[in-house]
Design a protein around this ligand. Structure first.
Ligand code: T1G
Ligand code: NAD
Length: 685
């Protein structure tokens, strides 16, 4: 059965694509489209054409799995040109997501009609690319330069209503009558003398032609988004050509830029992450027919930094939440923080006041554990102390109904030990959210030795429902993310005693693309996490900073000194404290290059990642990449720690670790998986 079929409705030819799961514009689809268009062009009985897709969405773009393989004709640009040059008007009938090459096909059509729920976008920049089938030249001509620039450089889609507003679609169809409405629209336009041809339009680019500063303004306003990424800059250059140059020249430049990006490491890295994110959702060894547990009510224990944010995820997804604390003040504080966060979101126009009240109405705050009895899932976020966790699991096991899932938000502790405190170890799992829990998309799902397939499948599906990217980890201290963070933090601390400054160390990582370095991160989280004045012994730099009241951004100083806008500056006081400790350490002092610092911090992390793989604590290397991308700000254009290691070569990492063996110390061991793969010239992914 061909993925492209045609149907006649009187003098209208309807071209239908059916290429599940997302009608990607692979070779068969392109060839089918080209053949159908030439059929329409050659048949006088046909007055107009409709292109629509079966399944859950209109074309969601080029087939990403074809990139890097030998190209097969017809190319997508050729197909789009053929549609545009068709002597009969062509109407694109859009539902689901018209993305990338899919929107470019629609832009090649003379008219576009969409259902109200449709989304339209050019997300290529999120794959380290730019639209490569005329999108950078046709979208500005159809929707105007400002909206085109924003859509192409951010990669974010617009909804159908906005698309209508900016002229990207010409008409909205009924939610369930797209096929009929599209044929009716085609019949209407068939009677018209002329039809709009996107590539020939200039009406929407004229204004920008007179105001070229629109581009510089855009670049200035999006400097942070553009930093380190090649594709966004290329996107701006291509859209600028749509204004400054004739269409064909603009298309030539688009093609040139596309070919350069598609063969570059950044796009390879970001395409890796696209598929890695989808792979992460798959758990090896869980049969497809594994039953799931219905989650209708969620309980959260502890309304502190994490408990409140965790609760918001479920409230925002329309799930009622019972929030339990041990004292009224803490409960009131937690509820107030939830409301404040929602009201801030509403103030930014991303929620309505009604939506805030609807979410808050789903929240039941209480001091009574018994109110958790009817929950289908209870997540504890109490203090990170094993004795308290164990006591909590014993109480929950006694109170919460049979069949319900008991979960821990612990950052480091042993889930199996907690499970052993219950009569339902198969229903115990780790759900490790990241702070702020209502924002950060990563969720480490910690699979205990006895956690059942049903519980795992249920929490993975729930994670998708609350907009999280879930990654499965085995039970080990710090799971995947924090376990790899530890050697990095350790080496960062040691570098201070060997002559490097906190600002040099941080700069080495921010240059690499991290949003902040280890010392900026420590100041943000607070240097006094787990510190008490009574127990302080001035034995570490961190303790001395805390003793001196330098506890991080919240106190105006930590490693850095902060101004009123929380901008950090190197601190002479911190330098003096470090110099004292360095002198006491007796270690030789020297200058470190940024490359040396990066090797010293990142290679041990990769080594720990390899150990996590060899121990089976992560299902696949790409899962580790997804953890670091979504939980720790690893720069997307390098693909994550394991993909980056593959890019620079595992031998390079191994040689670097061996070169630093003395500095890393006697307790440091190199992963045997890393050694064997480096020796065999293999990669992790
Ligand atoms: N090519 C190949 N496979 C794709 C694909 C694509 N474009 N899009 C999705 N898949 C696979 C995906 O890997 C998964 O497979 C399954 O489909 C379901 O996807 C020339 C250069 C459309 C919003 O960037 O954003 O056009 O894991 O789990 O959550 O200018 O998929 O089941 O085996 O994500 O409902 C531009 C990419 C391409 C859009 C649906 N297009 N896709 O989300 O399902 S570049 C994109 C998405 C381009 C031209 C250029 C989402 C979705 P599996 P899913 P979903
Ligand atoms: P927190 O100190 O801000 O909040 C803990 C809350 O639990 C307090 O409000 C306390 O009153 C309450 N509590 C303590 N014992 C209780 C009990 N027996 N019954 C009911 N409530 C009780 O701590 P947090 O930062 O939210 O951390 C909570 C958990 O989440 C810890 O396990 C921590 O490791 C983990 N975690 C923290 C972060 C982070 O960045 N803070 C990130 C991920 C995971």
């Amino acid at each position: 059965m061909s993925v492209i079929t045609t149907q006649r409705d009187g003098d209208i030819l309807v071209i239908v694509s059916d290429n599940p799961p997302v009608n990607a514009l692979g070779h068969a689809v392109r060839a089918g489209l080209a053949a159908a268009i030439s059929e329409a062009a050659g048949d006088d009985g046909i007055k107009a054409v409709v292109i629509r897709c079966d399944g859950r969405t209109f074309f969601a773009g080029a087939d990403i799995t074809e990139f890097g393989k030998p190209p097969l004709a017809p190319s997508l640009p050729d197909v789009v040109d053929a549609i545009e040059q068709c002597p009969k008007p062509v109407v694109a009938a859009i539902h689901g997501t018209a993305l990338g090459g899919g929107l470019e096909v629609a832009l090649g059509c003379h008219y576009r009609i969409a259902v109200p729920s449709a989304k339209l976008g050019l997300p290529e920049v999120k794959l380290g690319l730019l639209p490569g089938a005329g999108g950078t030249q046709r979208l500005p001509r159809v929707a105007g330069v400002a909206d085109a620039l924003s859509m192409i450089v951010t990669g974010d889609p617009v909804d159908a209503a906005r698309a209508l507003e900016i002229g990207l679609v010409d008409r909205l169809a009924g939610a369930d009558t797209l096929a009929e409405d599209a044929i009716a629209f085609a019949r209407d336009v068939a009677a018209r003398a002329g039809h709009p041809v996107s590539s020939l339009r200039t009406d929407r680019i004229a204004e920008a032609a007179n105001h070229p500063q629109v581009f510089d303004k855009f670049i200035a306003e999006n400097a942070r988004r553009l930093k380190g990424f090649d594709a966004p800059k290329a996107c701006v250059e291509a859209v600028r050509a749509a204004v400054d140059r004739p269409f064909d020249e603009g298309i030539r430049l688009e093609r040139e830029l596309f070919m350069k990006l598609v063969s570059g490491t950044q796009s390879k890295a970001m395409r890796h992450l696209f598929f890695a994110e989808r792979q992460a959702a798959k758990i090896d060894g869980i049969p497809a027919d594994t039953p799931m547990i219905d989650i209708a009510r969620v309980g959260i224990l502890g309304a502190g930094t994490m408990g409140g944010g965790i609760a918001m995820n479920f409230l925002s997804a329309g799930l009622p939440v019972t929030l339990v604390e041990r004292e009224q003040a803490a409960l009131d504080r937690g509820v107030a923080t939830i409301r404040k966060n929602y009201e801030r979101t509403a103030a930014r126009g991303r929620m309505t006041a009604e939506q805030v009240e609807a979410a808050m109405a789903l929240l039941t705050p209480t001091l009574a554990y018994e109110d958790l009895a009817d929950c289908d899932l209870v997540i504890e976020a109490v203090f990170e102390l094993m004795e308290i966790k164990k006591e909590v699991f014993r109480r929950l096991d006694a109170i919460v109904k049979p069949g319900a899932i008991l979960a821990s938000n612990t950052s480091y502790l042993d889930i199996d030990e907690m499970a052993a405190e219950t009569k339902r170890p198969e229903a115990v799992v780790g759900l490790h959210f990241f702070s702020p829990a209502n924002i950060m998309r990563l969720l480490e799902v910690v699979r205990g030795a006895r956690t059942s397939p049903s519980v795992l499948k249920t929490v993975m599906a729930l994670a998708k429902k609350i907009g999280k990217i879930a990654v499965v980890s085995g039970v080990c201290p710090g799971f995947i993310g924090n376990r790899m963070l530890r050697p990095r933090q350790t080496e960062a601390q040691k570098l201070l005693l060997e002559g490097a400054s906190p600002w040099e160390v941080d700069a080495a990582l921010t240059e690499f693309g991290f949003p902040m370095g280890p010392f900026q991160m420590a100041d943000l989280a607070g240097l006094d996490l787990g510190w008490t004045a009574e127990g302080s012994t001035s034995s570490t730099i961190r303790e001395v900073l805390c003793e001196r009241g330098r506890r991080g951004q919240k106190t105006g100083s930590g490693f850095y000194d902060y101004d009123d806008n929380r901008r950090g500056a190197p601190s002479p006081e911190t330098e003096a404290i470090i110099a004292e400790f360095a002198a006491k350490s007796g270690l030789p002092q020297r200058k470190f290059s940024a490359d040396e610092i990066r090797e010293r911090l990142l290679y041990p992390m990769i080594n720990e990642g390899a150990k996590i793989l060899e121990e089976g604590m992560a299902q696949r290397a790409s899962d580790i990449d997804i953890v670091w991308l979504n939980g720790y700000g690893w720069p997307a254009y390098t693909g994550g720690p394991m993909f980056w290691a593959d890019t620079i070569g595992l031998k390079t990492v191994l040689d670097g670790l061996e070169r630093q063996a003395d500095a890393l110390g006697p307790d440091f061991t190199v992963s045997s998986l890393l050694k064997s793969k480096a020796g065999a010239g293999e990669t992790f992914n």
